[in-house]
Design a protein around this ligand. Structure first.
Ligand code: AMP
Length: 631
């Protein structure tokens, strides 16, 4: 069925979801058709395409072989090492089978977890697809995370095998991964997993006998092995991806197989306007959800070529992304507002130095897109800039202006309208009643979440139900924990988080996680971490620390600040390091002992801290501006 306008298309998706998604599901291959499109017998859980059997790797790779074996599938570009290599669909098929055979030789079977802690190299993509091929569950951990973050994820996912590399490289600096992994495994309570190391020759590494293997050896052994796809239930988990919340413990977002394949393929066609044989370039990292959905799965499910880029947007110069667009005739690009704000600090002539005639649009997501940045990109490149809003949990956009329906033109400041299947409603924070147009409310989604969204929290159904569906006990609604406002035409504006999660350069970080790391430093008695507005990164973390009496190092506050920063770097990774660390003698709390992060944040941003009647000790809040001014 062809809809002539988006309103009609969307209406069908929410009024007759089973019919709508069954139509979409025919665009992928099924080994066995489903018996039931949606099983809602255990709300708020939703199981899509129950009884159906499929395989993500088959749909991303094998399915395209008859038509496009010789066409590019994976284009690898590293401005760090200078390597560039294009893998055709046939070559990708070969590499994925070799990786799958290697994992199988290490004992990996359907349902086993494989943790992937890798820089942006082709073997990372081979490993993800190899897991999908075997029905194993991958858990990719962002390479910028350090040993304590990694150990927490190892303990939760309990992988049979960990695939890693000797090192990554960032801005020309080699970053050894193996020592961080060794330390994480030392901290972990999970009995020694097998470790498979892709040796790039960047950093020497110590081999732990009986545990560590070099991929080069297994690759040679399994170079010609054929590994068939293992057909799995549509509801079989395909991956776990950890994300931060309001507690110190990250949540393992669990994704299914069939629903994810169906939703992503639909999203690429309808939202992004991507077509088979075209080239897609997402500047994200495989460690984030954008990397999972829009570097690896959606482009390949669609039969497109996807660019895997290792490097920053400004090395060797700020035209590097556009050089890639020109050279590989990229049709669609996906990036984050921070990357564009970084480019904006460089010569604007660099934006148009290359031939960008192949490029149809630039999609930006992961954090709020400020209007000046959006306009600057659109005007200086003369290309549509399309904001889209979603979360690790949903796996694909909740709000956007879909390319296939040009009447939903982008409005600066709003990511757009609700995407198919998302029954978005802005609700009153107290009782969940829908708010009027133009009023601020919690951005909530009525049950069911469409296919492709999280199935549950890995190993913790109760956490899934309580965290996401527990905001309004009488309603079956999912909370995004974002504030929003909707105009009379259905366009939604995002107004910030309702919880203590912060967003640094498009990366979600939990303030509690950073607090736990800071407070594990020997000289720290107490700490509060808040997100503060930043012109480049959107937000940055500031920490307010109460030192333990008598623990000040000889170098004073400066030495303590450095020591705390190094401690967070080693535990969580530089991505979580507070940009500023201030010292105070007490933190503002309520009489019941609850930390007033909102009030601290307001003071840091020069705003009114609001109602302070519950504040136990007003002096504590006065110390905040004094500490900032004195630093
Ligand atoms: P993550 O799960 O790390 O992708 O973070 C998701 C969160 O990032 C959302 O809940 C929002 O707070 C924020 N976010 C993502 N995309 C946008 C956007 N286009 N505009 C505003 N905020 C966004």
């Amino acid at each position: 069925m062809h809809d002539t306008n988006y309103a009609e298309f969307y209406r069908r998706s929410v009024e007759a979801p089973e019919q709508f998604w069954a139509d979409q599901a025919r665009a992928i291959d099924w080994h066995r058709p489903w018996d039931q499109v949606l099983d809602g017998s255990r709300k708020p859980f939703a199981r899509w395409f129950v009884g159906g059997m499929t395989n993500l790797c088959h749909n991303a790779v094998d399915r395209h072989l008859p038509e496009r074996a010789g066409q590019p599938a994976l284009i690898y570009v590293s401005s760090e090492t200078g390597e560039e290599r294009t893998y055709s669909y046939a070559e990708l098929h070969r590499e994925v089978q070799t990786m799958a055979a290697s994992l199988r030789a290490l004992g990996v079977e359907a349902g086993d977890r494989v943790l992937i802690y890798m820089p942006m190299i082709p073997e990372a993509v081979f490993a993800m697809l190899a897991c999908a091929r075997l029905g194993a569950v991958h858990s990719v951990v962002f390479g910028g995370f350090a040993s304590v973050s990694l150990a927490a994820r190892i303990d939760d996912a309990r992988p049979r095998v960990i695939v890693s590399a000797d090192a990554g490289s960032r801005a020309g600096k080699v970053i050894p991964y193996k020592p961080l992994l060794d330390e994480a495994l030392r901290l972990s309570t999970h009995p020694a997993a097998q470790v498979l190391i892709v040796d790039r020759g960047l950093a020497p590494w110590d081999r732990v006998a009986g545990r560590d293997r070099s991929y080069a050896e297994l690759r040679a052994t399994h170079a010609n092995d054929a590994v068939d796809c293992v057909w799995v239930d549509s509801t079989h988990p395909s991956y776990i991806l950890y994300t931060s919340g309001t507690t110190g413990r990250p949540k393992g977002v669990q994704r299914d197989t069939g629903g994810y394949a169906v939703a992503l393929r639909m999203s690429m066609e309808v939202i992004f306007g991507g077509r088979p044989g075209e080239t897609y370039f997402s500047t994200s990292d495989i460690g984030w959800v954008v990397g999972h959905s829009y570097i690896v799965y959606a482009p390949l499910l669609t039969g497109m070529a996807t660019v895997l880029y290792e490097g920053t947007p400004i090395r060797p110069d700020a035209a590097v992304l556009w050089r890639i667009v020109e050279q590989y005739r990229v049709n669609l690009m996906f990036s984050a507002p921070t990357a564009m704000r970084v480019l904006r600090r460089h010569d604007p002539a660099l934006l148009t130095r290359h031939d960008l005639s192949s490029l149809r649009a630039i999609f930006l997501a992961g954090e709020p897109l400020d209007e000046p940045t959006g306009r600057w990109v659109a005007e200086s490149m003369n290309k549509p800039v399309i904001d889209n809003y979603w979360q690790t949990e949903t796996g694909w956009p909740i709000l956007a202006t879909p390319a296939q329906f040009p009447e939903t033109r982008a409005r600066f400041g709003s990511p757009g309208v609700a995407m198919p299947g998302y029954q978005v409603c802005l609700r009153n924070e107290h009782d969940g009643a829908p708010v009027a147009a133009g009023e601020k409310g919690v951005l909530a989604i009525d049950w069911p979440l469409p296919p492709g969204c999280l199935q549950t929290v890995w190993g913790d159904d109760a956490r899934f139900v309580n965290t996401y569906w527990g905001t309004y006990p009488n309603l079956q609604v999912y909370s995004t924990f974002d504030w929003g406002r909707q105009d009379a035409d259905g366009y939604i504006y995002i107004l910030g988080r309702t919880d203590d999660v912060i967003n640094v350069a498009g990366h979600r970080l939990g303030t509690r996680e950073i607090e736990e790391s800071v407070s594990s430093h020997a000289a720290v008695a107490e700490v509060a971490v808040v997100g503060v507005h930043d012109a480049l990164k959107g937000q940055v973390a500031w920490a307010f620390v109460v030192p333990k009496p008598g623990q000040l190092p000889s170098g004073g506050n400066d030495a303590l600040e450095q020591s705390i920063a190094a401690h967070v770097d080693a535990q969580l990774g530089a991505v979580a390091r507070p940009q500023r660390i201030y010292f105070v003698s007490a933190l503002p709390k309520t009489r019941s002992g609850k930390l007033l992060r909102r009030a601290i944040q307001a003071v840091c941003e020069g705003r009114d801290p609001g109602d302070l009647t519950t504040l136990e000790d007003p002096i504590a809040l006065d110390q905040i501006p004094a500490a900032i001014a004195g630093a």
